[in-house]
Write a protein that binds this ligand. Sequence first.
Ligand SMILES: NC(=O)C1=CN([C@@H]2O[C@H](COP(=O)(O)OP(=O)(O)OC[C@H]3O[C@@H](n4cnc5c(N)ncnc54)[C@H](OP(=O)(O)O)[C@@H]3O)[C@@H](O)[C@H]2O)C=CC1
Ligand SMILES: O=C(O)[C@@H]1CCC=N1
Length: 280
Amino acid sequence: MRLGERVAVIGAGAMGEAFIKGLLRQGLSSRDEIVATDKSPERRAHIEQGYGILVTDDNAEALRGADTAVVAVKPQSIVEALREMAPAIDVGRHLVISIAAGVPTSVIERRLPPGTAVVRAMPNIAALVGQAATGLCRGTFAQEGHLQRALKIFEAIGRAVVVPEGLMDAVTGLSGSGPAYAYLVVEALADGGVAAGLSREAALFLAAQTLAGAARMVLDTGRHPAELRNWVTSPAGTTAAGLTVLESRGVRGALMEAVLAGTRRSRELGEAGTGGARDG
Ligand SMILES: NC(=O)C1=CN([C@@H]2O[C@H](COP(=O)(O)OP(=O)(O)OC[C@H]3O[C@@H](n4cnc5c(N)ncnc54)[C@H](OP(=O)(O)O)[C@@H]3O)[C@@H](O)[C@H]2O)C=CC1
Ligand SMILES: O=C(O)[C@@H]1CCC=N1
């Protein structure tokens, strides 16, 4: 599948790069259809050398050659980035997709020409391997067609779901940050395997493939995770022994609190990054 439009990635850090790699890897865009901007000369050199796409430090120039802008700067930098982009916005042409944690569409719209189509999205770092989980919503002026354009991009780099804007911070706390929680779990499981005698290499492989397989089963079978857990848990067996430890240490509650803390932090970032202008 081809995207058939030109994309400007504004801010080519960790997530901007994952986006570029995802678009190229999925064959959605060719190299000459993506332009990336970054403040940092080192990042620009890294992206130019790594992916062979056009790079610049001029956000307005990048926008003039693009149909869709993916704004991937930190929440603390978004006001500046939008100010640089605003003079080049063509309201009839451009779709602006922000992936900044916490920043509402209303705040973005206020800093762009009236009527600009804005979509707010929260993907995750697994875009790098075409497996991102993304929640997205549209702003005041984005039409259904704009949402479909955004969905096409996010479904090419993983899977996506449309949510009300009021739940975007929850998406951020769950799936935006979620890969980091999963890496922590993989690392800890592997450490346990090493403690039990496995080589580091075998333990890491077994831990990561176990999480990938378990997640695949939830997605493919549509069964409740508790039911799947019962399939693994033999009476008086090894799994029951392991689960007893996890429950007694409060792992379930800790993960729930982690998602809630991430959700709260997303809200704070939106407020701090936009000078308390958050209202959406
Ligand atoms: N990392 C992740 O897994 C995810 C991140 N996000 C969101 O994506 C955004 C980017 O996060 P992340 O990639 O981790 O951050 P990074 O700091 O890695 O990347 C942001 C990049 O944007 C550059 N930048 C800053 N201001 C401008 C500007 N005005 N114009 C162009 N480039 C600029 C920064 O340069 P410099 O460092 O010199 O300021 C930096 O290289 C954040 O808003 C975050 O909430 C969303 C989902 C997942
Ligand atoms: O940690 C962060 O703030 C960003 C947003 C979601 C994932 N990383």
